[in-house]
Design a protein around this ligand. Structure first.
Ligand SMILES: [Zn+2]
Length: 294
């Protein structure tokens, strides 16, 4: 890893650890930020996110990204809505142009019931690989958006996970749905920015062995197996690092079978998604069989 990339990555991680979010620029380039966007407790984040998500007159399409989580899908629950909501379909269709400005090369495939996107993100200038995202945007708010991340080079595609991905399909968990950071019908560019930030956190984790910044990890077994002592605790009301907060109570209250149960749960992207990443001109033609949500 080039020194300039490492310096940026280190600064981004250090910022996230003190609740300072980096800025996402065109092509998904993420730079350590000096604007000091301070995360608020859950519930206040939505209003702040919307206030900050505006175009800048002086800088190119600059958008702060939000915090992220692990537990849920990025969508609103519900039932009884018609399978296809035409308003959502036209909203996403209108979004595509704006998204291509922010993420040049984006490929969009509108289908009868959903839109598939293939998009690549630079993350940090000089990085020797890019993050590719496959995004499935259903035209129905009761079906959550799903997306998958892959490290991509000219000759390789490698799924990004398993930290902060969903069971069992390995889709991205880039934010805590309860915070309503992104909801169906919101800006797709903002969604891609959130995925870019998620990928850069993975890059930091790969390099330094520590997930940077706040995280949502509600299951004690998952915390015990995946969280480092010096990472933020992933419980609802974190009181500092995992070692300072829930580690000892998790150890006391988690059985061997709880741990085994968690370890046996596999996360992997559906085959149709992996095929799409290797051949982005051929989107999945129908909903895959591995679509159950957790
Ligand atoms: Zn805790």
């Amino acid at each position: 890893m080039r020194k300039s990339v490492e310096d940026d990555l280190k600064a981004i991680g250090a910022g996230l650890d003190v609740d300072v979010l980096p800025t996402v620029f065109n092509r998904g380039v993420i730079r350590p930020d000096t604007s000091l966007v301070i995360l608020k407790p859950s519930g206040q984040e939505k209003a702040d996110a919307r206030q900050q998500s505006t175009r800048s007159a002086t800088r190119p399409w600059e958008r702060p990204a939000r915090g992220q989580g692990t537990s849920g899908q990025s969508g609103a629950p519900g039932s009884g809505a018609p399978f296809v909501q035409p308003g959502l379909r036209s909203l996403y269709a209108e979004c595509v142009g704006e998204c291509r400005d922010a993420y040049p090369g984006l490929l969009a495939y509108p289908q009868e019931r959903q839109m598939w996107l293939y998009v690549e993100s630079d993350l940090i200038g000089g990085l020797s690989r890019r993050a590719a995202f496959v995004v499935q945007l259903p035209y129905n708010i009761s079906r959550p958006v799903r997306a998958w991340g892959f490290w991509t080079t000219a000759v390789s595609k490698a799924w990004i996970g398993p930290r902060h991905t969903n069971f069992p399909d390995g889709s991205i968990c880039a934010f805590e749905p309860r915070d309503e950071t992104w909801c169906p019908g919101d800006s797709v560019t903002l969604l891609l920015d959130l995925y870019s930030l998620w990928a850069v956190r993975h890059l930091y984790f790969e390099k330094y062995g520590k997930w940077p910044g706040r995280q949502s990890v509600p299951l004690p077994a998952e915390r015990l197996l995946e969280l480092g002592d010096d990472e933020y605790c992933g419980c609802d009301i974190p009181l500092g690092t995992y070692a300072e907060c829930c580690k000892s109570s998790d150890q006391a209250n988690t059985s061997g079978s709880d741990l085994l149960h968690f370890m046996m749960k596999m996360r992997a992207p559906p085959e149709e998604v992996t095929r799409f990443v290797w051949n982005p001109t051929a989107p999945p033609r129908r909903r895959g069989k591995t679509t159950c949500q957790t």
